[in-house]
Ligand binder design. Structure first.
Ligand code: BDR
Ligand code: CA
Length: 315
């Protein structure tokens, strides 16, 4: 059983991923840290506490960063995830259990140090907490088993961005943090739009979850309605992208994915801010410090779509 920290900005697809994670016997959730993104930090933290009650897991929830490394708040995605970040389902005020006293990045450091070489971090929001944890305690990079990130877009299958022609939301939201996380000496697998936009949970799939998935299925169906409407309006899709659940799926069944190795950098400013770029191993470019000084990471470029959907539905 793998110990997992889930770093998240819930978020409809975050909520769907958290339930998936909590129900997988191979994964043991040991902590949840929140980060601004789909909604502001107070709201996403309230949502994480609510989800702990609703899903029923007993790991600590710690509030993480409410601003980017550059000190910016805002840029939320309420048009995608609803005013409350959870598709405007009812989230009772103040009814949920206690918030951990530590800041998100501090809890990450403590958990990694408490279980050296055992912890997988699944990060499905902006990478601010992970970057702060590395900044405060660089040694944790050697103590983490693996980092799986939902973020980025590398152009496979034509997927290059969802908030600009070249940028995906989690990286665009804090590009400095993403560049720190991808260039640190720990093994990172990046599950971006290249694969997450290849998978659609369509109306039939969601209806089936709602009708045959018991309590959990009904919750997934309800929480995804607003998000589904957004996909219909903005893309004419009869369904949703499950983004964050793909990162969880990688931790459960890596064999569903095709990976490409090579150093990865993130553009920190200018027109292409938030763009993620990999220099694939063996690429015919001259060696250069901007790339070759950094460790090779894995980028997901292919996914067994029906294998993923089957795994999610069965879970
Ligand atoms: C990512 O951005 C967030 O809005 C989603 O929760 C997901 O993590 C998709 O670009
Ligand atoms: Ca997310």
């Amino acid at each position: 059983v793998r110990k997992v920290i889930f770093d998240t900005d819930p978020g409809v697809d975050d909520a769907m991923a958290l339930m998936f994670l909590a129900r997988r016997p191979e994964l043991e959730l040991i902590g949840v840290s929140t980060v601004l993104g789909n909604a502001g930090i107070e709201q996403v933290t309230r949502n994480a506490l609510f989800l702990r009650d609703r899903i029923g897991f007993d790991a600590p929830v710690a509030q993480g960063s409410g601003v980017t490394l550059a000190g910016i708040s805002g840029n939320e995605a309420l048009h995608v995830h609803g005013r409350n970040g959870l598709g405007d389902i009812a989230v009772p005020e103040g009814a949920a259990g206690p918030l951990d006293e530590r800041r998100g990045h501090r809890m990450i450091i403590d958990l990694v140090r408490a279980h050296p070489h055992e912890v997988t971090i699944i990060a499905v929001g902006r990478l601010t907490n992970l970057a702060r944890a590395l900044e405060k305690d660089p040694e944790i990079a050697r103590l983490v088993r693996e980092v799986v990130v939902m973020g980025g877009a590398f152009g496979t299958h034509g997927h290059t961005g969802n908030v600009s022609p070249v940028a995906e939301a989690n990286l665009f939201g804090d590009p400095d943090a993403a560049d720190i996380v991808f260039t640190a000496p720990w093994p990172v697998t990046i599950v971006g739009l290249d694969v997450s936009q290849e998978v659609v949970m369509d109306e039939g799939f969601l209806r089936c979850l709602g009708e045959s998935g018991g309590e959990d299925g009904r919750f997934l169906r309800d929480v995804s309605r607003f998000y589904q409407e957004f996909h219909r309006r903005s893309r004419g899709l009869d369904g949703i992208f499950a983004h964050d659940s793909l990162a969880v799926a990688f931790a459960v069944r890596p064999e569903l994915f095709t990976l490409r190795r090579g150093p990865v950098r993130v553009v920190s400013n200018g027109l292409a801010v938030g763009q993620s770029i990999q220099k694939p191993e063996g690429a015919p470019f001259p060696p250069g410090g901007a790339w070759d000084a950094h460790p090779a990471q894995s980028v997901a470029t292919g996914i067994d779509t029906s294998g993923f959907l089957r795994l999610y539905a069965e879970t």
